[in-house]
Design a protein around this ligand. Sequence first.
Ligand code: BV8
Length: 227
Amino acid sequence: MAIPKIVILTGAGISAESGLSTFRAQNGLWEGYDVNDVATYEGYSRDPIGVHKFYNMLRNKLQDPKVRPNAAHYALAELEQKLGSDNVLIVTQNVDNLHEQAGSKNIIHMHGELLKVRNEQTGQIIDCYNDIDYNQNRLLRPHIVWFGEVPLQMDEIYDALEQADLFISIGTSGNVYPAAGFVKIANQVSAKTVELNLEPSLGQSLFQTKIYGPASKIVPEFITTLI
Ligand code: BV8
């Protein structure tokens, strides 16, 4: 039997039980900040020091030893290990590195990565584990895709979706595009579509299979049906 091509989209919900907060639970305020102030280029231009302070806080939080992958991250890593990296792709909207920590290899961070910064002049991307002091280096910005900016590796994502036999969406509310539209492409290529989430997402009607509950419970259970 040919091994299925599986594309897995993950959002903030898969990392919720690892202690990282989601975006839209707190009525659009995220860590007490207005998204327009901290997740847009305009917000960064207006107050680069304030935005760096926000991302320095998130970067420190991610490196807290208490923040570890949960059973959902490990289940996806096991799936890739069993079926092979060329048959399983994780496209994550998350900027944390919990998929990497759990052992996944084939990952696209379409909204960037918290533990990287980018030189605005050269485009160079640099690992970053500590606070950025804007006054020290005004060229370094968080390597994060803000609202209104183009997500990363979109060509590779669209290629993978077009070849998918199975599209699984985990822990995302379906608020943010283009990620929220991926299920439509999966349907167009007759891939099976599965939503695993705490509650129905905005796009729930577009999924053939829907299982609701905490990711650390429903993701391992679902993954065992694939291996
Ligand atoms: C683009 C970076 C063009 C920050 C993020 C009008 C004006 C301007 C723009 C637009 C507009 N209308 C539409 C747009 C496009 C815009 C957009 O979609 N806006 C929305 C809000 C309307 N999109 C963009 O600007 C994107 N760029 O469109 O460029 C383009 C298009 C196509 C091709 C090329 C170019 C850029 C978007 C990227 C923005 N940056 N993050 C940072 O992360 O530090 S988005 C931000 O939201 C995060 O990345 C996050 O991942 C993402 C999505 O949120 P979710 O992950 O879904 O999190 P959320 O809290 O919403 O939901 C959590 C879910 O988990 C819930 O359903 C909950 O029930 C569930 N859950 C909770 N606990 C658990 C759980 N599930 C399971 N178990 C649990 N325990």
